[in-house]
Ligand binder design. Structure first.
Ligand code: FAD
Ligand code: DLZ
Ligand code: SF4
Length: 503
């Protein structure tokens, strides 16, 4: 007799997740369901939906092979009612189960919903993360600012990663100054391993093509890993071929190199196919064996045990109010070219087109191109958030929202970032080859042919002077603006007005 129902969500594909660890194989039924509500509460990229459904189906098989009883509701099952709440209720009726146990979801909206489910599930905290919600709250308590760097050091101490006794390996916590070189296309980048769809994935691709035809994004070619074994292959490929230069070219952008030395592992880590700490241990091992330099290993580990844990901590500390933040009172609708790529700005076009093709863009493309533009143009941060949540295969609200609303749009007023990530065209030109392919002139400051980032940058500073001038990290920029001639200031205002009114 089965007495426990364990729903496993699409981003809980970890065999040792809390709800499975406490369960008795003989007594438990695992419930997995593909539901329209999760695929459409934002209209996710087709590749993302296919990835999650395929990874779910493969995980169900993995569990069955390990001896679990799995009840799997596919999207096209005739009785599928389309919501997690409804499917759990149907399963309780089907199995006559007495207890429902679930690992806490990654998003506030779902946690709130679950707390009202009539089956009154037991909700276990998700201990796949290194820092629990309560540990983060304790760390944040009483601090004037919640800067990532100090949190990161605590995570290094707690995990022992890259530690030399109680000191950081190499004598420093952070080797960022060795990183961030521009790439000029002459370097060789290893690309990403591409996994041919198997029969299970092919079925999912047909389903997604039919049911989500009007969602953003190219479904094929589909090359993501959908199993734990293939995700391990992707990890090994990154460590063997890309990690050594991860730090060097972390901020570079090239039109013909979508991935450079990035890991492209976030989608696997976030849905549970890879375990974050094990990934970091593998990276550390490569450093200890002398295969990769310290700046690369430290840079990567900082992203995972630092930034990733930190943004999750902020999310659970500040939700549900966090999502409504709009410190800069930005109200412009998201321009259509975020969906079509139809813009003269070569940098924005490149990032949107790549996003449409791959459901992937790397951090600097997200932060300094599409994010920077939305910030400078004053786009409503909630609309920007919904775009990022929909279009990236690694996007779940707990990680996407603080990155978008806080880091990229400064909508939390500086909780996450000490200053806005606003930049003119010069930054994009320095870090990429986009400007060479642009009909705007990155060197021109004003006029119809001038790079819009150039005048929008100053216009942004002027619009938000009351808030930003007193920020010590912005003082130099305001001093530079103050010294501009009056006719230049007028041209900036006029160009920005013309450009924004035509958006
Ligand atoms: P790499 O650049 O190779 O980095 C390695 C790993 O470090 C990533 O896989 C990820 O696990 C972690 N990482 C790096 N930076 C961050 C960060 N800022 N926050 C959290 N983890 C980080 N990341 C997501 O996982 N999901 C999102 O929805 C997401 N939305 C973002 C939105 C905006 C506006 C910005 C600026 C950043 C966002 N990020 C998000 C962070 C980062 O851009 C992605 O984690 C990264 O690009 C994923 O690609 P990768 O696996 O090649 O990462
Ligand atoms: C993202 C996603 C999608 C597209 N579809 C499903 C699904 O059909 N069933 C499911 O259990 N989970 C899905 N997910 C992942 C959930 O949206 C995710 O668990 C929550 O957003 C919490 O992070
Ligand atoms: Fe982007 Fe300006 Fe460069 Fe064009 S010139 S690619 S708009 S930064």
């Amino acid at each position: 007799m089965k007495s426990q129902l364990i729903p496993i969500l699409g981003d809980q594909l970890s065999p040792d997740i809390a709800s499975l660890r406490q369960a008795d194989k003989a007594a438990a039924i695992i419930l997995m369901c593909e539901v329209a509500e999760e695929a459409t509460y934002v209209r996710h990229h087709k590749k993302k939906i296919a990835f999650i459904f395929s990874a779910m189906r493969h995980f169900a098989n993995e569990l069955r092979q390990a001896g679990w009883t799995v009840d799997y509701v596919a999207l096209d099952d005739t009785e599928n009612c389309g919501s997690l709440r409804g499917e759990v209720a149907r399963a309780v009726e089907r199995h006559g189960t007495i207890a429902v146990t679930i690992t806490a979801p990654g998003e506030w909206r779902l946690l709130e919903d679950m707390q009202g489910w009539p089956c009154q599930p037991t909700i276990l905290s998700d201990d796949r993360f290194l820092c629990s919600d309560s540990a983060f709250a304790a760390w944040a308590e009483g601090r004037k600012t919640l800067r990532m760097e100090y949190f990161y050091r605590d995570m290094r101490r707690a995990t022992g990663l890259l530690m030399d006794g109680d000191q950081p390996e190499g004598g420093k916590w952070n080797f960022d100054h060795d990183n961030r070189k521009p790439a000029r296309g002459e370097q060789h980048f290893p690309g990403v391993p591409r996994f041919a769809p198997d029969a299970l994935t092919a079925e999912v691709l047909a389903l997604v093509a039919e049911r989500f035809a009007d969602h953003f994004g190219d479904l094929e070619p589909f090359w993501f890993a959908a199993t734990r074994a293939d995700a391990q292959v992707a990890l090994a490929h990154f460590i063997d071929h890309a990690l050594a230069r991860f730090g060097d070219f972390q901020d570079a952008m090239l039109l013909k190199e979508k991935f450079l030395s990035h890991a492209v592992l976030g989608l696997y880590i976030n849905c549970g196919l890879l375990d974050a700490l094990s990934v970091c241990r593998a990276v550390e091992a490569a450093y200890r064996k002398g295969h990769v330099p310290l700046n690369a290993a430290e840079g990567f580990i900082r992203q995972v045990i630092g930034w990733r844990e930190y943004v999750r901590g902020i999310y659970w500390l500040k939700m549900p109010d966090y999502i409504a933040n709009n410190a800069l009172e930005a109200t412009r609708p998201l321009p259509d070219f975020y969906w079509t790529g139809d813009t003269e700005m070569a940098c924005v076009r490149a990032c949107v087109v790549q996003t449409r093709e791959e459901a992937y863009a790397h951090h600097i493309q997200r932060l300094m191109v599409t994010g920077n533009f939305a910030l400078l143009a004053g786009v409503d941060p909630y609309a920007v958030h919904q775009w990022y949540l929909a279009v990236y295969a690694d996007a779940y609200e707990w990680v996407e929202l603080p990155n978008t609303l806080g880091m990229s749009q400064f909508a939390d007023g500086g909780l996450l970032a000490s200053k806005p990530y606003a930049a003119s065209g010069a930054y994009i030109d320095r870090m990429s080859d986009y400007c060479k392919n642009c009909s705007f002139d990155v060197k021109a400051k004003n006029g119809a042919k001038a790079c819009p980032f150039n005048y929008l940058y100053w216009d942004f500073l002027v619009r938000h002077e009351a808030r930003l001038r007193r920020n010590p990290r912005m003082a130099q920029m305001y001093r530079t603006y103050d010294k501009l001639a009056d006719d230049r200031k007028l041209a900036i205002a006029q160009d920005a007005k013309r450009f924004l009114s035509n958006l």
